[in-house]
Write a protein that binds this ligand. Structure first.
Ligand SMILES: [Zn+2]
Length: 155
C-alpha cells in the first residue's frame, strides 16, 4: 500500500529497488537538477504537458468567437445558446482528460529518463530507457532484457 502510494507520487522508480524515503528524496533532487541542466528537456516536458489542452481550449474559444462574430451563434431569431453553453462548459471539462494524457506522455518521455539516469548516478543499475533492474545480469549482457535497449556500462 505504501509502495503503490509512493509509485503514484513518484512514478518511474522501479518498485523492486525498495528505496527509502531519503533515497527517494535524493532521486527527486537529482532528477530535478538533471532537468534544470537540460533546459531543452524541461521545455519539452512542459510543452508536451500544456500545449495539447491549451490548443484544445484555443480552438473552442475560436469557434465561439467566430460563431458570435459571424452571427450564427447568437442570432436573435435562432440563438444557439445550448451549443454555446455546451462548448464553454463541456470544453472546460474535456480539457482535463487531455491534460492528464499529455502529462502522462510528457512524464514518460522527458522525466523518466532523467529518473533512471539519476538512479544510475546513485549506483543503482537500471536500464536508462525503461528502468528495468539490471542487477545480477552477467557482464556479457549488453542489451536490456526488458526493452532491448543497448546499455552503457554502469557508472
Ligand atoms: Zn530497458
Amino acid at each position: 500500500m505504501v509502495h503503490s502510494v509512493n509509485s503514484l507520487l513518484q512514478p518511474g522508480i522501479p518498485r523492486e529497488l525498495n528505496l527509502t524515503r531519503t533515497q527517494r528524496r535524493q532521486v527527486r533532487q537529482r532528477t530535478l537538477r538533471r532537468l534544470l541542466a537540460n533546459p531543452r528537456d524541461l521545455l519539452r516536458f512542459y510543452g508536451t504537458t500544456l500545449l495539447p489542452p491549451l490548443m484544445f481550449l484555443a480552438i473552442i474559444g475560436l469557434v465561439v468567437a467566430f460563431g458570435i462574430e459571424w452571427g450564427w451563434m447568437l442570432d436573435p431569431a435562432n440563438p444557439r445558446t445550448g451549443l454555446l453553453v455546451a462548448l464553454l462548459s463541456g470544453g472546460k471539462f474535456a480539457a482535463l482528460p487531455i491534460l492528464l494524457v499529455s502529462a502522462f506522455i510528457a512524464h514518460r518521455r522527458y522525466y523518466r529518463p532523467h529518473v533512471y539516469a539519476a538512479l544510475r548516478d546513485m549506483n543503482f543499475e537500471v536500464c536508462t530507457s525503461c528502468g528495468y533492474l539490471l542487477r545480477g545480469l552477467d557482464a556479457q549482457t549488453t542489451k536490456c532484457p526488458e526493452c532491448g535497449a543497448g546499455q552503457q556500462s554502469p557508472g
